[in-house]
Design a protein around this ligand. Structure first.
Ligand code: ADP
Length: 481
């Protein structure tokens, strides 16, 4: 089949408009890659207060209408913006999305029930008869069930299929039973059938898994892992029951937006062939971080949400031993106050070795990818992970734990064959991590070997091209079903 696909990609965040994590990178770049392959894919996100003003100003008001969800009568504004060839829609409703926070709201069950319904209603209003609606994470988990229950009786919606991608199974959107009727306006039968219910609660993630035609997640290994109790976040039984329709496709990153040879966020540009700029990035980064400008010391970086998932307890537990090494350690992250405080404290204890930046700063992140030598990512679990892909692209060698997408993207350096693009360890064990870091540090001192490793890492290819092809193949397969 060669005909052009029509896809609506629905997400709760997307770059360059608004970002809190990896989902935004995916929603910002996958549609573009699919579009470049000749398909009509469009993006829709909520119009949050946090969307950068320049985009809000550029967007044109397309239309508005009212919609009823249970007893609620809601305004839906649809604003449209074309960004790099991809038509993007913003769903505007100030009472739901003009908030200080994207996700930390007491009525988030209502915000995202509203969003899913507004998206479905919008389709008919703009006359975009999508072949497939591609939903992402719990915020869009209610869309498939609403489509099936309330819309597929109309011919416009009858043939629309749904894909649901899990970016992180931990965040499920768990609410009381009353939400089924009050927020989603769905009949009790769904509760009785169990498709919306988990642990006696309404679970938006489970709804997406049960009611979508195909479920995907963001790496092959994670697709296997989530069928087990260790990684299944309580929903492993649902993953096993749906395993015939469960696929793992690794994420890519935009190689245009993340290119050390023309990235204007970094101090100096460089490439695989001309690495000199990378050393200048390191020097300037050290200067900005208040660390000694020493090229002989490896700079280890951590850029992360500061949450348990990221394996930070391993780092905290061996930080004193790590500081016995001749290294510098640059941290950028925000999250749980426990980790924020630990890292601030350790930076106070080792001011010449650690720089702790407890904030969210996308430009600084880029400077750190470019200026560091080693990128530490010892995650407890990792659906895909993008940070290790950015670090490869900028020649900062990843040290990762072998889980999820980290296992699928980082091959351990083999001293005999010279192959590999990073360092890995298997057990969730601080000493194993520490000895892997020590191995990397000692290799760093062998300049020729290290430079070869940096070049090989930079040559690893995790652009979207291959993964976009896999999604397209899957879309066709779904339409033929
Ligand atoms: P997750 O989605 O679980 O947070 P990923 O590795 O998939 O993890 O994606 C994280 C993204 O967020 C990367 O682009 C990373 O550079 C970015 N990031 C994380 N923390 C920060 C921060 N404090 N400042 C800037 N960027 C950050």
């Amino acid at each position: 089949m060669t005909e052009k696909l029509k896809i609506l990609f629905v997400a709760s965040e997307a770059t360059p408009f608004v970002k809190t994590g990896g989902l935004a990178d995916v929603a910002g770049s996958l549609p573009q890659a699919i579009k470049e392959m000749g398909h009509d894919i469009r993006l829709v996100i909520p119009e949050y207060r946090q969307i950068a003003l320049e985009y809000l100003q550029q967007a044109e008001h397309l239309l508005h209408f009212r919609t009823k969800l249970g007893w609620r009568d809601n305004y839906v504004g649809v604003n449209k913006l074309e960004n790099r060839g991809v038509i993007s829609y913003f769903i505007d409703n100030k009472s739901y999305f003009d908030r200080p926070n994207l996700y930390e709201n007491d009525d988030k069950h209502l915000q995202f029930a509203y969003f899913c319904q507004a998206v479905l209603e919008m389709l008919a209003q703009i006359d975009f008869k999508a072949d497939i609606i591609h939903c992402n994470d719990w915020q869009t988990g209610a869309l498939s069930i609403m489509l099936k229950e309330n819309y597929q009786k109309y011919s416009f919606y009858k043939d629309i299929k749904t894909v649901y991608t899990i970016h992180n199974l931990r965040y499920q959107g768990v609410f009381g039973r009353e939400v089924l009727q009050d927020a989603l306006s769905l009949p009790d039968k769904y509760w009785d059938l169990g498709v919306v219910r988990h642990d006696n609660c309404v679970n938006y993630m489970k709804m997406g898994i049960e009611m979508s035609d195909i479920v995907t997640t963001v790496s092959r290994t994670y697709a296997q892992e989530i069928k087990t109790p260790e990684f299944g976040e309580g929903l492993d039984y649902a993953m096993r029951m749906n395993s015939n329709d469960l696929y793992g496709i690794i994420n890519g990153i935009s190689y245009e937006d993340n290119n050390p040879s023309n990235d204007d966020r970094i101090y100096s540009n460089y490439s695989v062939e001309k690495l000199r700029g990378k050393y200048e990035n390191k020097r300037r980064l050290q200067e900005d971080m208040g660390l000694a400008q020493r090229s002989d010391l490896p700079v280890i970086a951590l850029i992360s949400r500061l949450v348990d998932q990221k394996g930070l307890d391993l780092i905290v537990s061996v930080i004193d031993k790590l500081m016995e090494e001749e290294i510098q350690f640059i941290i950028l992250g925000t999250g749980d106050s426990y980790y924020e405080e630990r890292f601030k404290e350790t930076a106070r204890s080792y001011p010449t070795k650690i720089a702790a930046n407890i904030k969210y700063d996308a430009t600084l992140a880029q400077k750190i990818y470019a200026g560091s030598d080693i990128f530490l990512m010892p995650s407890k679990y990792e659906p895909c992970g993008l940070s290790q892909l950015f670090s490869l692209r900028y020649g900062s060698i990843p040290i990762v734990r072998e889980t999820g997408g980290l296992k699928d993207t980082i091959q351990a350096y083999d001293e005999i064959s010279g192959e590999g693009n990073g360092f890995t360890f298997a057990s969730y064990d601080a000493n194993e991590m520490l000895s892997t870091i020590k191995r990397a540090i000692s290799l760093y001192q062998q300049k020729d070997i290290w430079t070869k490793l940096v070049r090989r890492a930079m040559k690893s290819n995790f652009s979207w091209k291959n993964s976009a092809k896999e999604y397209i193949k899957l879309y066709y397969k779904l339409l033929e079903k």
